[in-house]
Design a protein. Sequence first.
Length: 62
Amino acid sequence: MPEAARERVFERFHRELGTGVEGSGLGLAIVAEALQQHGGRIVLDASPALGGLRATVTLPAV
């Protein structure tokens, strides 16, 4: 996935065309919003070794 498209996947109802993946486009938007409300974040990085993307989730220690 191009780097420019990675930020858009966190927008509500956004779906990348031509991927063949079904869904409403809400999943990552909900995750990102919930993490933000708890002081965390999610970052997508290219993972050539895995042939896709790696999602890294961080939350502050309690």
